[in-house]
Design a protein around this ligand. Structure first.
Ligand SMILES: Nc1ncnc2c1ncn2[C@@H]1O[C@H](COP(=O)(O)OP(=O)(O)OP(=O)(O)O)[C@@H](O)[C@H]1O
Ligand SMILES: [Mg+2]
Length: 488
């Protein structure tokens, strides 16, 4: 049953209050107040749909009351009643946030019409808003995927576009880039969202077990098959089957999978009965599946069936603008989990987080933030709260700090390829370093002591870096060329 609209009448004249209340309480739940102060106190505890207030009252007047209600969490529709009608009062009322105004002496029919009109349009507004939310669940359900980089936005656009169809999707990308997160989002945004989402980790099972896991088996089909078991395809009927690490499946299961994708039919292991299931397949891999096809390890026809649409997850190092957003979300998560209140990272820790290459992508960043939250003593997590592997690989700027015998930059242990995707890891670290040093020198107008201080390294290390990164020569050269330009 719909609840009755609520109205608060504010008037310092008792007769006026009671008269209005009597006229309205048939249709509405009516409350009254004798002045603005008690009205506000009431509203703070009990929001109403509509406020009907007199203009002239002792203490705060009606206009002030209306103005103040705008700051309430649920402001009511405000209607001003005044004996001093006129355009200027009306304008003044609207400016202060009133939806309408009524002239005293009141015409009760008019009062009812005006109130009903405004309540109706408010109800329509709310209904529209709710409808809109129902019609656009897509934006809402992608909100847990954090990041605002153009690269991630492109992925999310594709997700929104392909989710409603039944097309098979291949998600590829390095480990930890969020392939599973995307697979789940596609299921949630699809028309089968109410159906099951079933995940199979193909690499975790032996070929025989994988086949029976996917397609099921009859009792006695093989040693250990003590009972008949439905496969994941049957369980996923009406929903989505997520085949993780698809690059790992053996040739015989590849054939069965190919058949399912073509004909929608399969048999349980040890049975000749043909079954069918309505399943959308999403596959993921951190391997280069095309390279596996070229090497003869993955069927080309299966590849094309799986990759009707391919989504490639960008590595985290190619979208550094997502790092601060992810850090904020993970801080929130791990603060809650550990009952801590770490607000952020100190600038030098942040610099490392921004320039590190993240071979383990978002998963590695998440773990790093958890590590830092657990270790942090104060409100800001510091450099030494970061995992040692990150400190060791991030940049030699910090690892060689105060150790004059430190060897060459420790950037060489970043693999040249990760999961089959080429990276430019080591080169990028040099580029980052070069930029950091260059900027620090620019800010300190070439004062190396100040620049070293700002970078958190010794002056000696800075000298060495400048030499190693070829900054010295560059700066000399550039000043030489600029002087030639200005004096041709
Ligand atoms: N955009 C994102 N927003 C929030 N969390 C993310 C995002 N991307 C990844 N994550 C988180 O990072 C972790 C790794 O993500 P996920 O398991 O989806 O990666 P993956 O690509 O499937 O990795 P793997 O290849 O190793 O299986 C998860 O904890 C996931 O919640
Ligand atoms: Mg995964």
């Amino acid at each position: 049953m719909p609840t009755r609209p609520t109205i608060l009448i504010v008037d310092d004249e008792k007769n006026a209050r009671d008269g209005l209340r009597a006229a309205l309480e048939d249709k509405y739940d009516v409350y009254v107040a004798a002045d603005a102060e008690s009205a506000l106190k009431f509203l703070k505890e009990e929001p109403v749909d509509l406020l009907l207030t007199d203009l002239r009252m002792a203490g705060q007047d009606g206009l002030e009351l209306i103005r103040t209600t705008r700051h309430l969490p649920e402001p009511p529709i405000c209607i001003l009643m005044t004996a001093y009608g006129g355009v200027s009062t009306a304008v003044e009322a609207m400016k202060n946030g009133a939806a309408d105004y009524l002239t005293k002496p009141l015409n009760l029919d008019e009062v009812e019409v005006v109130i009903a009109k405004h309540l109706r349009s408010r109800a329509l507004e709310i209904e529209n808003k709710e409808l809109k939310q129902q019609l656009t669940p897509k934006r809402a359900t992608l909100s847990e995927i954090i990041g605002s980089s153009a690269a991630l936005e492109r992925v999310l656009d594709t997700v929104r576009q392909v989710a409603p169809s039944k097309a098979s999707i291949l998600i590829q990308g390095e480990s930890g880039t969020g392939k599973e997160v995307i697979a789940k989002a596609i299921h949630r945004l699809s028309r089968r969202a109410a159906g099951p989402m079933v995940t199979v980790h193909c690499a975790a099972l032996s070929p025989q077990l994988l086949e029976s896991e996917l397609f099921g088996h009859e009792k006695g089909a093989f040693t250990g098959a003590i009972e008949r078991r439905a496969g994941r395809f049957e369980v996923a009927d009406g929903g989505t089957l997520f085949l993780d690490e698809i690059g790992e499946i053996d040739p015989s299961t590849q054939v069965k999978l190919l058949r399912f994708l073509g004909e929608k039919t399969f048999e349980r292991v040890g049975s000749s009965k043909t079954l069918t299931a309505d399943v959308r397949v999403i596959a993921a891999t951190n391997k280069d599946l095309r390279a596996l096809v070229a090497a003869g390890k993955f069927r080309e026809d299966l590849y094309f069936r799986l990759a009707v649409v391919t989504i490639t997850m960008p590595p985290l190092r190619e979208r550094p603008e997502d790092i601060p957003l992810l850090i904020r979300a993970f801080l929130k998560e791990f603060n809650k989990e550990n009952e801590k209140n770490v607000q952020g990272f100190t600038p030098d820790a942040m610099r490392i987080l921004q320039t590190y290459q993240w071979p383990g992508n978002v998963r590695e960043l998440r773990t790093a933030v958890e590590h830092a939250v657990v270790l942090a003593r104060g409100k800001m997590a510091e450099l030494h709260d970061l995992p040692p592997t990150i400190l060791a690989n991030a940049s030699s700027l910090t690892t060689s700090r105060d150790s004059p015998t430190a060897a060459a930059p420790q950037t060489s242990n970043i693999p040249a390829t990760i999961g089959g995707f080429p990276t430019t890891g080591a080169l990028d670290v040099h580029a980052h370093e070069r930029r950091l040093i260059f900027e620090a020198l620019a800010r300190t107008r070439g004062n190396r002591t100040a620049a070293a201080q700002e970078l958190g390294i010794s002056r000696r290390t800075l000298h060495r870096k400048i030499r190693e990164l070829g900054l010295e020569n560059k700066r000399r050269k550039s000043s030489a060329s600029s002087s030639t330009e200005s004096h041709p």
